[in-house]
Design a binder for this molecule. Structure first.
Ligand code: XMP
Length: 324
């Protein structure tokens, strides 16, 4: 039997009761698979890896070793939330690696989008490998593979991640949510007590803010990006807007402004918001004018080095969701 195929009679997990039953079943299964051995997990703070972490903490407690690599391209408060939820609240065995300088030094002066992605992806694996090598007695690697990963890419997420580890390190995989769809993973996450902001997190690319700080990343523009993105998220939340994905972008060109009676030559911030079903095509929602005005006012007042705010009206196609 191929255990990568969802059984035809498997119920859609859409109630807390069904989630509880799933959790109980997986806890027993993981305990049987792992025994007294140790499991390693790269915990990004995304929905899938967070739910796997919470599930495994319930099943095997401190036999799970979570590694959170902060590549310096996280959104505001995200790494802090990972530490707060998993280390402080769930008492997890969590290794936090602040690799910000390593990533930003490597990325300095690199302006080609695909090259930026390769550097970020490659360095991520390197940092994770280094941490894994420091640990002793790890027998399993846990992953947040979900069913669409298996359906769409024949398990590429799994192969890719494992393939990134040194060949002399052999791990058996633990993938407790691999037969679930995204909405089911969220229901399970909620039943495990994860905060709503984590369970309902919008999609966030692996290279993070790196592909939104356009061209060669600089620390000043990255800071402006992180602050403006936080303001956007806060105001969309306050307004109760239901939008699939939204974020800010900071281009690598300046624009003229006037502040306190003096000329400024600062960065623009672009607001990007899209609705989509599968990210293949996307439409741009009509955001209430008052909300856009509030966001614009706050970004101009609160984010240093920004003198202009724009709203991107481009649907996909022709424009992609990300700017690079
Ligand atoms: P585009 O920009 O291609 O984005 O319209 C479609 C969806 O994919 C996300 N995206 C990425 N996710 N690594 C990721 O993990 C990437 O390099 C990457 N590039 C784009 C994007 O945020 C959107 O949800």
């Amino acid at each position: 039997m191929n255990n990568n195929i969802r059984p035809a009679d498997m119920k859609r997990i859409n109630t807390p009761q069904l989630a509880e039953a799933f959790i109980a079943e997986q806890v027993a299964q993981v305990q049987a698979q792992v025994g007294g051995k140790k499991v390693l997990l790269a915990l990004s703070g995304g929905v899938d890896s967070s739910v796997v972490a919470a599930l495994l903490i319930k099943a095997i407690g401190k036999q799970l070793v979570c590694v959170h690599v902060n590549h310096g391209l996280m959104r505001k408060g995200e790494s802090e939330q990972v530490i707060e939820v998993f280390k402080n609240q769930l008492d997890a065995n969590l290794i936090y690696v602040d690799a910000t300088d390593r990533f930003l030094d490597l990325l300095a002066g690199v302006d080609e989008p695909e090259r930026k992605r390769k550097i970020i992806g490659g360095e991520f694996i390197k940092v994770f490998d280094e941490e894994a090598r420091k640990l002793e007695g790890i027998s399993f690697l846990a992953q947040g593979t979900i069913y669409p990963d298996i359906l769409e890419s024949d398990g590429v997420k799994a192969h890719h991640n494992v393939g990134g580890l040194p060949e002399d390190m052999e791990f058996e995989l633990v993938e407790p949510v691999k037969l679930l769809f995204k909405d089911e993973v969220r229901v399970v996450g909620r039943a495990l007590g994860l905060p709503e902001s984590m369970v309902e997190r919008q999609p966030f690319p692996g290279p993070g803010l790196g592909v939104r700080c356009l061209g060669a990343i600089t620390r000043d523009r990255l800071a402006a990006l992180r602050e403006s993105d936080a303001i956007l998220r806060e105001e969309f939340g306050k307004a109760g807007l239901k939008v699939w994905q939204f974020f800010t972008v900071v281009p690598d060109f300046r624009s003229t402004g006037v502040r306190d009676g003096k000329r400024a030559f600062d960065w623009p911030v672009i607001i990007r918001a899209v609705n989509t079903v599968d990210a293949m095509t996307a439409t741009v929602p009509e955001i209430p004018w008052a909300v856009l005005q509030t966001i614009t006012g706050r970004i101009l007042a609160e984010v240093p080095g920004v003198c202009r705010v724009l709203y991107d009206l481009t649907p996909k196609p022709v424009g992609t969701i990300e700017w690079e």
